[in-house]
Design a protein around this ligand. Structure first.
Ligand SMILES: N[C@@H](CCC(=O)N[C@@H](CS)C(=O)NCC(=O)O)C(=O)O
Length: 218
């Protein structure tokens, strides 16, 4: 069968999660950089979101579905443990990330990436409005990783892939960086896991096509 094709921009936190899953498993893949809501994105995802995936005749959208497929289809270290309780805990944190944590953090990050303030500057009111949600999520994550250094149990799992890309964005921005550094357990969690080859091999390039992405998603 052909290599996996991951469809989406490398700057997307969710696309990076899928790429990191391939890297963790040692699964070769090609990345097709596609802007959300474009015709190419709509071809594989009914809402035009990214990522989606093609593997031979199989197509999938939603990062959790794609990463679960990759974990089960290929050898290499298991990203979702076999035992029921551990698997449920992984699922729990991924749901918390996709429904609450990543949206709260993206709201803040997008104030800088797609500035809507006067003169094309970041909108201070929007930043201030987004920050409480970010702080709450950071505190929750800090408590979650305090005991073992992982989100679920005592090993690195698919759950740990989800917060890392967006934490990298937070640490590159003024309020986000200060907030992550205040959460000592979470900060050292990031310092440790950002050394993984899967993280280092998927560092996104700067957004070249900012205008096109802004037009597509705004
Ligand atoms: N639940 C989806 C979320 C994917 C998602 O929100 N992707 C963003 C880019 S990071 C997107 O496509 N946004 C464009 C839009 O919402 O129309 C997943 O896990 O794959």
């Amino acid at each position: 069968m052909a290599d996996i094709e991951i469809v989406g921009l490398p700057q997307s936190a969710y696309v990076r999660v899928v790429r990191m899953a391939c890297e963790e498993k040692g699964v070769p893949y090609k990345l097709r950089p596609v802007v959300p809501r474009s015709a190419d994105a709509m071809e594989l995802h009914p809402f035009g979101k990214i990522p989606s995936m093609r593997h031979g005749d199989i197509t999938l959208f939603e990062s959790k579905a794609i990463t679960t497929y990759i974990d089960r289809m290929f050898g290499g270290p298991r990203l979702i443990p076999d035992d029921t309780v551990s698997a449920a805990t992984v699922e729990q944190w991924i749901s918390a990330c996709t429904t609450t944590i990543l949206p709260a953090m993206s709201r803040y990050v997008q104030c800088y990436f797609f500035p809507k303030g006067p003169g094309g500057q970041p909108d201070r009111d929007a930043i201030e409005a987004a920050l409480p949600g970010v702080l709450q999520c950071l505190t929750v994550l800090d408590r979650a990783v305090a005991a073992t250094g992982y989100l679920a149990g005592r090993q690195f799992t698919l759950a740990d892939l989800y917060p890392l890309p967006v934490l990298a964005y937070l640490r590159a921005l003024p309020e986000g960086c200060a907030a992550v550094e205040r959460e000592k357990n979470l900060n050292s969690y990031f310092e440790t896991h950002s050394q993984r080859a899967s993280f280092r091999n998927t560092v996104p390039p700067p957004l070249q096509d900012l205008e096109r992405v802004r037009a597509a998603i705004s």
